[in-house]
Design a protein around this ligand. Structure first.
Ligand code: KG4
Ligand code: ZN
Length: 347
């Protein structure tokens, strides 16, 4: 199989060519080419993603990016065996652009169209990059999602815990905005935290920390940060320390909830896998490495370009489903809300 993947569910336009030719000498990475275009410039002045602008940008960039990727990979159209596109969950305008574009290409080329669940793309990336073996525990931490998922097999996902309000990335972004940093806030907050001198202490809550379930909550943390910043005595000199305290609080919650997920699940996992933009954060990575070591497991964090939204994971998820004989029907409609199927593995 040689699949052209298309990702347009949020503010990244991405196309990739991925094949499934796995050999003993090269068991991972079948990405022949990938181009991802982040729409930072389009959305930055608004301080967040504007859905209609995102959809228009996807439509504008997809055709030339597709043409470019064929050149980059040196691939002929006749070699492509299928087209895969994210059809949910995500912003409906972008999903419609990607799905319609993908289906039209598939029709024109006379190859199958594979609808893909974006979360399944994230869930299976560690198999593309690191040949992760089932079952593994996935911590998905992005701007839109924060969830702990037992990945039992292709199509067999068990939600062990998820956020009850904001996502971890959203919390990074909102706290960064309160600190006067530009969007997207996560990387900016991490940078500011690196300049902290530890002169000022802040008493921040650790929502859900120590609870017996594995769910998350971040809205209380954001509110606490807001109250500290609005207090009269707060000065700019305190910002780096507050950024570091916020980052530490989010990290401690992520590590604690991940530890709890290991306790909640009876599964013997092979690895702890992390995916999503927040996985770029070094403090978070160090804490999760520690959690994996405590459980005597490998820690797998795919390269950043494959942790954040990308088309290679979409093409790969289509390959995995097709191999397992469980591809979604080509006519499945775009779904703005589409949780990963909750299904336990057969014991
Ligand atoms: O997965 P992603 O690229 O897009 C989706 O949300 O689907 O994740 C973006 C999120 C944003 O909230 C961004 O602030 C956060 O990931 N992020 C970070 C870092 N880099 C990106 N958060 C903390 N530290 C970082 N270095
Ligand atoms: Zn994503």
């Amino acid at each position: 199989m040689l699949i052209l993947g298309i990702e347009t569910s949020c503010d990244e336009t991405s196309v990739a060519l991925v094949d499934d030719a796995r050999t003993e000498s090269c068991r991972t990475l079948h990405i022949r080419a990938q181009i991802t275009r982040s729409q930072l410039d389009e959305h930055q002045i608004f301080g967040g993603v504007v859905p209609e602008i995102a959809a228009r940008a996807h439509l504008q960039y997809l055709p030339r990016m597709t043409a470019q990727i064929m050149v980059d990979a040196g691939t002929a159209w006749d070699d492509i065996t299928g087209i895969a596109a994210t059809i949910g969950p995500g912003l409906i305008g972008g999903l419609l652009v990607g799905a319609t574009y993908g289906r039209a290409l598939a029709l024109a080329r006379g190859v199958p169209f594979y609808p893909v669940n974006h979360l399944e793309g994230h869930a299976l990336t560690a198999r593309l990059t690191d040949d992760a073996q089932f079952p593994y525990l996935l911590l998905l931490v992005s701007g839109g999602h924060t969830a702990l998922i037992a990945v039992h097999n292709v199509g067999q996902y068990e939600m062990l815990g998820e956020t009850r309000d904001d996502a971890a990335g959203e919390c990074f972004d909102k706290c960064a905005k309160l600190l006067g940093l530009s969007w997207p806030g996560g990387p900016a907050l991490e940078k500011l935290a690196q300049t902290a001198r530890g002169e000022f202490k802040f008493d921040l809550p650790l929502p859900m920390h120590g609870q017996l379930h594995a769910d998350f909550s971040f809205s209380g943390l954001k509110t606490a940060v807001r109250q500290i910043i609005r207090a009269e005595k707060f000065s700019n000199a305190q910002k780096p320390d507050l950024a570091a305290a916020t980052q530490n609080a989010i990290t401690r919650v992520l590590a604690d909830r991940t530890r709890q997920a290991f306790k909640v699940s009876k599964e013997k996992f092979t690895a702890l896998v992390v995916a999503g933009g927040v996985a770029a954060n070094q403090t978070v990575r160090v804490a999760l490495t520690q959690v994996a070591q405590e459980n005597r497991l490998d820690f797998i964090a795919p390269p950043l370009a494959l942790c954040t939204d990308n088309a290679a994971m979409i093409a790969w998820a289509a390959i995995e489903r097709e191999r397992a004989g469980i591809s979604y029907p080509a006519e499945t409609r775009p779904l703005p809300r589409w949780p990963l199927q909750i299904q336990k593995a057969k014991s």
